[in-house]
Each structure stands twice: as C-alpha cells, then as structure tokens.
Design a protein around this ligand. Structure first.
Ligand SMILES: Nc1nc2c(ncn2[C@@H]2O[C@H](COP(=O)(O)OP(=O)(O)OP(=O)(O)O)[C@@H](O)[C@H]2O)c(=O)[nH]1
Ligand SMILES: [Mg+2]
Length: 445
C-alpha cells in the first residue's frame, strides 16, 4: 500500500513542471488574484517540505493537503482489514460454505425443470420489465405532483362542466400555462394553436382541447429534443464538467450520476473543483464514500485548474472510465466565475485533448424562468452541451422543461426528482408529458 503511494507521489512530482507550464500559460490577468496567495504560500511550503522518502508517514490523515500532492483517498475496498474484521469475514465465508448434512440435503427442494424454464421465459422477463417501467412511471408522476396540481388539475377544474371553448376559457388557460412556467413564448404558441383549431371547428369540447394541448406540448418537446445520449470516447476517460449557480444541485447530481455510471460497470472518479468552500470538498467526499469512488481534492482556496490537471493525470494513469468534475457556483453575475470555468476548460483540453466531453449545466427547476437566463449566460461563456434539471419534485413550475426544450437547443440529459442516489432519471420528453398530464381522477393520460 505504502509503495503505491510513493509511486503516485513521484508521479505527481514528475508532472509538476508540465502542470505549471500549462496553468502558467493559461493564467489570465486577474481572475484568480484572490486565490493566488494561498497557492504561493502552499508552493513555498512545498519547497521546504522534506522529500517523500524522508517524510515520516502522517499520524492519522491520508488527505492531500498541498497543491500537486494528490494522495488519493484510501477507499473502503482498499483498506487493510483489522484482525477482528478478518476473523469476522472468514467466519462469514465459512458459514456460507458449510456443506449440508445428508438429512439437511433431503430438505432442500430440488428445482423442477419447469422452474428453470420460468427463469428464461422471455415473456416473463418482458412482463417484469413492463412492471418496472410502470412503477418508475408511477414514481415520476408522484414526484411531479406539485406541477400536476398546479397544471393538470387546474386545467381539469377549468374544463369541469364546460361544454364550449370560449374566449374566457382560453384566457384562463393562458394564465395556468404561464403559472406553470411554460414561458410566454410557448404559452402564446399553444393558445394561438387552440384558437385556430376552435375557429376551424376542429375542437368541439374542452376535453378535445386538453388532448390537443397535450399533443402539441409533446410535439414542442420532441421536435426540439436533441439527442440526450451521452457518448463516451473510444479511449481515455469520459470527462464531465458540471457547472451552475450555487445551490442548484451540482454536487448532489454528481453523486447521482456516479451511481448511474457505476451501475453500468464503469469506474468513476470525482474531482473537487469547487475549492472555495471547505464544506464543498467535504460534501463531495460524502458522495464519494456513498458510491465508494475516489475523490481527488486539494486544500481549500487552491486553484481549481490545478486540481483538475492533477485529477486527469491520475484518471489517465488508473484508466478511470468517467471523471466527474464539481465546480464552484457563485452567482452567475460574478464574471470571475465564468473566467474561472473557461480556464478549467482550457486546462482540461490541454491535459486531455477532447476534454471536457460534456459541459453539463445544472438548473434548479424551482427558479423557473431565471433558469433560462442562467442557461443563456453559461452557454455564451463556456459552451454548454447538456442540461440537468433538478428539484422537479419540489416545484409547481415543471412546465420549465417544455420551455427549455423550446428555447434552448441543448439536450436535457437528466431530471432530478429527489435527494436520494436513485432520484436522477434519464430525460424522455414523451414520458415526461405523459406523467405531467396523468389525471388524478381517471388515472389516465
Ligand atoms: N428535492 C430535491 N432536492 C435536491 C435535488 N437535487 C439537489 N437537491 C438538494 O439541493 C440542495 C443543494 O444541492 P447541492 O448539490 O449542494 O448544490 P450545489 O449546486 O452543489 O451547491 P453549491 O456547491 O453551493 O454551489 C441540497 O440540499 C440537495 O439535497 C432534487 O432533485 N430534488
Ligand atoms: Mg456543490
């Protein structure tokens, strides 16, 4: 274990000059003045530090504290077992491997041939998949309940007992659509569409209007739906840089995405590019522990580009499949943040051509239209390639999804519908609209 650390340590020293060259070259006039001081102090401390060979092993912590010295965390899996733990594990293995006696064997039911057939029966597998899909859909509709209450149920109430579609009904409908945050442009398009249909006598009653509305919203979203599939490079790590204003759910989303990739058999590394708050690093580490993945971090106040540079080096050496980079999220009106993100991007591309393969903007759905202006600003500055919309479970303004699809030409990759590890869903426009229009009364769409 110690040998591995030393090897890693030397590797970091070898690349220090290379890193300084890249970061120094990319250093802009002022953006990091507030952070350069701690960096310099750290560098001075680094010069006075004993070489790794001379240095006594740290008493307790294995945490990396100096820029350039990224000592990966010892993961739970890598940790050497204590003696009692070893004994316990051996006992557990022995219990499992205990051979049953002849009498016990007689009690063990022998599976019939038909049981085996059952397992491979394709229609049953299909049925199980359908059931799973249905339960996932039920969960989505349940999590979207706030939007459904303010949107679908309001529309239901509006149409209740009405037999004709008149100007007053369309005015009320317009208000509901705006309130659900579908946006002025999308709402106007929908109302205009309804008006035309009424004029042409194509809509006879409010129920047919509701159906037409759903069809049109679906069309808006699917027509503008850009390919939401993330394409991983043939070789080298797939680097996702996660950006967004503070509190939108970047770090949480990273934890959830890590889980998703792990479930599909990919190795994952998290990078603490938010060096402005110690709590940010700690929060990422919690997600790292939860997923049992390595988290690369420098000390608070370090240059985020330096962390990212080192992390990519480690990811390349360890042949990590997916690297998720967390970034700071101060207000988007703060131009320094944009400069910093641009710099991180450039450093990534220098270290690993083609990286970042995805610049994922996280938007908090509860912020409504403000999310659209954030998306525009971030896109102008850094170039966004995918969007994750979080907190759809906590908002009545889920119509923002339709608005983003229509206004932004950037694919929505995921939607966040809760705070747990598996509360991140792949975004599918059709399923989303179905869930949104799922009626409480009839249970139908
Ligand atoms: N209900 C709900 N809460 C969420 C979701 N995603 C994130 N959150 C919560 O939002 C809060 C902020 O999330 P963070 O991941 O810390 O946000 P951040 O963008 O990293 O914040 P900064 O690091 O301060 O910029 C946390 O309490 C999360 O649990 C979601 O999909 N649904
Ligand atoms: Mg964060």
């Amino acid at each position: 274990m110690l040998g591995w650390f030393k090897k890693k340590f030397r590797k970091q020293e070898d690349t220090a000059a290379e890193k300084e060259a890249v970061i120094g070259e990319l250093r802009t006039d002022t953006p990091f003045s507030e952070h350069e001081q701690p960096e310099k102090e750290a560098e001075a401390a680094e010069e006075q530090r004993p070489t790794p060979a001379e240095e006594a092993p740290p008493a307790e912590s294995t945490e990396a504290v100096l820029p350039g010295d990224v000592l990966p965390e010892i993961t739970e899996a890598e940790r050497e077992l204590t003696e009692p733990e070893q004994t316990e594990q051996i006992e557990q293995i022995e219990q499992v491997e205990e051979v049953p006696s002849a009498d016990e064997k007689a009690d063990i039911p022998i599976p019939a041939a038909s049981d085996h057939l059952k397992i491979v029966n394709e229609s049953e597998v299909q049925a199980a998949k359908e059931k799973n899909k249905k339960s996932l859909f039920a969960r989505l509709t349940e999590r979207l309940s706030k939007t459904r209450e303010s949107f679908t149920y309001q529309i239901d109430a509006l149409f209740l007992g009405k037999r004709v579609i008149d100007a007053e009904l369309l005015d009320d409908l317009e208000e509901i659509l705006i309130t659900a945050d579908l946006g002025v442009e999308t709402t106007m398009d929908l109302i205009e569409y309804a008006r035309r249909k009424v004029k042409r006598n194509e809509l006879s009653d409010p129920d047919s209007l509701k159906k037409a509305l759903k069809k049109k919203i679906k069309a808006f979203m699917t027509d503008n739906e850009t390919d939401a599939t993330l394409v991983m490079p043939d070789t080298g790590p797939f680097v996702i840089m996660v950006i967004g204003v503070n509190g939108v759910g970047k770090t949480t989303t990273i934890g959830k995405i890590a889980h998703k990739f792990q479930q599909t058999g990919n190795s994952v590394m998290l990078v603490a590019g938010d060096t402005f708050r110690a709590a940010a690093v700690a929060q990422l580490k919690v997600w790292g522990e939860r997923n049992k993945v390595e988290v690369v971090a420098h000390k608070e106040g370090a240059d985020p580009s330096s962390v990212v540079f080192d992390a990519l080096g480690i990811a390349l050496a360890k042949k990590i499949d997916v690297v998720l980079v967390d970034t700071a999220g101060r207000l988007h009106t703060n131009s320094n943040l944009m400069e910093e993100l641009k710099k991180i991007r450039r450093v990534m591309a220098k270290k690993l051509p083609g990286a970042p393969h995805e610049v994922m903007l996280v938007i908090d759905a509860t912020t409504g239209q403000n999310g659209i202006s954030q998306a525009k600003l971030f896109h102008e500055a850094v170039g966004v390639t995918g969007i994750t919309l979080t907190k759809l479970d906590g908002t009545s303004k889920g119509g923002i999804v339709a608005n983003i699809c229509k206004v932004m030409k950037i694919p929505i990759r995921f939607i966040g519908i809760g705070e747990q590890l598996d509360d991140l869903r792949d975004f599918e426009a059709e399923e989303f609209v179905d869930a949104l229009f799922h009626s409480r009364a009839s249970g139908e769409n």
